[in-house]
Write a protein that binds this ligand. Sequence first.
Ligand code: GDP
Ligand code: MG
Length: 484
Amino acid sequence: MVVKLQRPILVGGLGLSFSLWMLDSWHDSIVQVGEFGLLSALAVGGGLWLFQQNRPKDSLKQLNDMLVDRATVESAIAKTETVINQLAQESENHPALQTLREQIAQLLLELDRQEIKVAVTGGKSVGKSTLIQALKQIEIQNLVSLEETTPLFRETGGNSDAAVLAEVAKSDFVLFLTNGDLTDSEFQTLQQLKAANQPTILVFNKQDQYLADESASILLSLKQRMQGNVVATAASPIAIKVRKHEADGAVQEWMEQPTADIQQLTQHLGEVFAQQRQRLVWVTTMRKAGLLKAEAKNWLNGTRRDRAIPIIEQYQWIAAAAAFANPVPALDILATAAINAQMVMDLGNIYQQKFSLEQAQTVAGTMGSLMLKLGLVELSTKAISTVLKSNAVTFVAGGVVQGVSAAYLTRVAGLSLVEYFQQQEIAIDSGTGLNLENLRQTLQKVFQQNQQIGFLQGFVKQGVKRLLPEVQQVEVVGIQKAVG
Ligand SMILES: Nc1nc2c(ncn2[C@@H]2O[C@H](COP(=O)(O)OP(=O)(O)O)[C@@H](O)[C@H]2O)c(=O)[nH]1
Ligand SMILES: [Mg+2]
């Protein structure tokens, strides 16, 4: 302890950056000092104000960095409303409309919400309930509600963490509890919260379970990982044995429960809530508007997809028939039949991406050369002929490979366009500026999704049935014979 206590005295004589660096570790030693009840007795003196400045300001800073004001939130809500209105326009009686509209009305009211909602989360038994009890006893501030989530990181139930986080997303401030060094999943969850713009502070609870040195070094490493945004607490410190020696030599012993050590936390919360109450609510409302917009867009994409799939299927069989009737070398399939500019236009229409015929032809051409470059044409014709040969079909009529391949490539192209359009902002018209890199990735992804052998077998069967209905019958008869 003595060694550590010398640090503050050093600070004054060192360069600023070094002292700032020192502050972190210095803070830790103060915490320990506090534990031993010596703080007041020490000549920390003039340095103390520096220590005060080193309170975990980072969730405050984090909030200040979130450039959000009332107007920004209102405009986010308006954007969400646009998507909902678009859904109403395209699917008048959509079952989700009512709740979406109720939620958007709610968001406008939320802007003036007074009560701050704090979510207390973390793994099982980290002390969430205990901390809430302790905080309630000293009443951090009025108009604050504390809510404990179900524990994170339980092995059972795959997506239960996602459900917890969805719940947490509705709160204004998150206390994330841990009892020591962060596990990988704890760290990842904290990153997720950060990415979601959720003001959070990491609470290192049960620090009493460690020796002072240990807990100081844990706190230091937590701070390094969390850019300082950490406080240490002991919501319910272990009872300690007190021994009293009487004058007559008798010894009395009893257990004493130390009071909760949550002062760092309450001070921090006090500052955050005093300075940032309004902003906290805005940030939350902004997040909720974003989530609601995503939900509305999801529904919208769903209804659009329902209209897009039959169109793709239609073009798929047109392409199949054309390539079957007029077989060309496999690699030329694209050029002749597969990606129809008219399909690009039809799909674009569904997704409010208007193309002129000329633009659609460019898109079709671009997709064709991308598919060729990515090797998708070769891969699929090979896969399709393999499936055809291994099928019960004993002969493969000329043109079948070409026909089925054309259908398959049309499908991949159509689904890729759907996927690509889905990612676009709603209500931004013009489909001119095609993001090629994005399209390339989408094509690859969709191709891989439709590459499974099971899918290909089904697709080939369907194609054969379309192109050669009589072969299908032969095949069926053949199977029946084999069974009989
Ligand atoms: N030593 C110690 N134990 C604690 C502390 N906080 C909570 N506990 C104990 O940890 C256990 C789990 O606490 P609980 O609040 O139920 O955890 P929850 O599952 O996160 O709600 C209980 O036995 C608490 O008494 C603390 O700061 N120090
Ligand atoms: Mg609990």
